[in-house]
Design a protein. Structure first.
Length: 393
């Protein structure tokens, strides 16, 4: 099954056929409401929230009115304006779903010309209650993640909702996903119609570019929430094995989360506590500096819609070693911009190869492959899908 034809322009690095303002002008859409689980400032925000911010801020800059409804962020205002986008943050992690739907039904956020639902595991079931133009942004199938984040009973219920109960209602709603492999997973795992799932690749911010010098000792960085699904424990074990073969190899773990204490203990037990730095949440400038100092970015994640940190690092000339999963396969060109491990056992060997004899080749390949990623193109491609749902006059 081939991706939607419009993906060809994006993956080839060519500009879209129409610019965003032209698409908006001919669409009849002026105000968009977006429903998402978490906000960009949420302590557990990740790639999904960054993607939504980059897309909606460009929509707003092009003249659209955009209101994003999410769950609350503890200690932060319930309503803010961010880069031209109104963000309403109310209700807790579970209550946000019924309360956001009720707010839309009661018109509390004003009129809308179109609705965008971000389906992040649990859906808002917009086809059951929303009329008019709409689309879904869905990064990947969460099948492998439910048992890692919930106890067996709730995990089975979540998987049942995502895979069996909700998908039939979305048959006529277009879905935007980030990669060809994620598209395949949504079609096979959730039964989405092939002609209804559209690939719109994410972008890379221009600030991610090479500069400065690499650390004198080889550095590997891991970037992301410290949760079970990211499997940083697997990466630390691989790192410990690779360090026996690469003098001076060290690891920086960037991000925080519930697994941090266990991961610190694991590093100490493996005898690499002094070679693993846990940096927690860091600023954008500090993240950029880490990508530029590192020789590799690495991920042992079990599920991703797209390896966004891998493409950010690639734009800095830093190749990746990652698990061979949907999302990573599209973010990393295996053997060119990084190396993908089909088994956990391979990770250590690939770290050794990528940080050593193959680094020059992979670094050049990473830098070249990253040139195709552009957030302006992403925002335009996503809006093109939404505009296609506007009824013909």
């Amino acid at each position: 099954m081939s991706p939607d034809p419009s993906a060809d322009d994006r993956t080839s690095g060519q500009p879209p056929e129409e610019d965003l303002e032209a698409l908006i002008g001919g669409s009849g859409i002026r105000r968009i409401h977006v429903m998402a689980w978490r906000d960009l400032e949420d302590p557990e925000a990740g790639g999904s929230e960054l993607h939504l911010h980059e897309v909606t801020s460009r929509w707003a800059d092009a003249g659209l009115e955009v209101c994003v409804r999410t769950s609350e962020v503890p200690g932060e205002p319930t309503t803010i304006m961010r880069d031209g986008v109104e963000v309403v943050r109310r209700a807790g992690r579970h209550q946000v779903f019924p309360r956001a739907v009720l707010s839309e039904l009661l018109g509390r956020h004003g009129r809308r010309d179109a609705l965008v639902e971000v389906w992040n595991g649990v859906p808002f079931l917009s086809p059951l209650w929303a009329r008019g133009p709409r689309m879904v942004i869905q990064h990947h199938d969460h099948a492998d993640m439910w048992p890692l984040v919930l106890s067996p009973g709730p995990a089975r219920l979540g998987a049942l909702l995502e895979h069996r109960l909700a998908p039939p209602w979305y048959r006529s709603t277009p879905v935007v996903t980030l990669s060809a492999s994620s598209r395949d997973g949504l079609i096979e795992g959730l039964g989405h119609r092939p002609d209804g799932v559209h690939v719109v690749e994410p972008g890379v911010h221009p600030r991610f570019c090479p500069a400065g010098r690499r650390d004198p000792e080889p550095l590997v960085v891991s970037v992301g929430r410290l949760t079970a699904s990211k499997r940083v424990d697997v990466l630390i074990r691989a790192f410990a094995e690779a360090r026996d073969r690469v003098a001076g190899l060290h690891l920086e773990v960037i991000g925080d989360g519930p697994e941090e204490t266990a991961l610190r203990t694991l590093a100490a037990d493996l005898g690499v506590g002094g070679a693993v730095a846990f940096r927690g949440r860091i600023t954008d400038d500090e993240l950029l500096d880490a990508y530029r100092r590192a020789r590799l970015v690495a991920s042992a994640s079990i599920s991703e819609g797209w390896g966004m940190t891998l493409t950010e690092a690639a734009a800095c000339g830093t190749p990746a070693v990652a698990t061979d999963i949907a999302g990573h396969r599209d973010a990393v060109i295996d053997g060119r911009s990084g190396l993908l491990a089909t088994t956990d056992h391979q990770l250590a060997d690939l770290l050794v190869k990528a940080v050593g004899s193959r680094w020059d080749q992979l670094s050049a390949g990473a830098l070249t492959s990253a040139t195709r990623f552009d957030w302006d193109r992403t925002a335009t491609g996503a809006f093109r899908v939404l505009a296609s749902t506007v009824p013909a006059p």
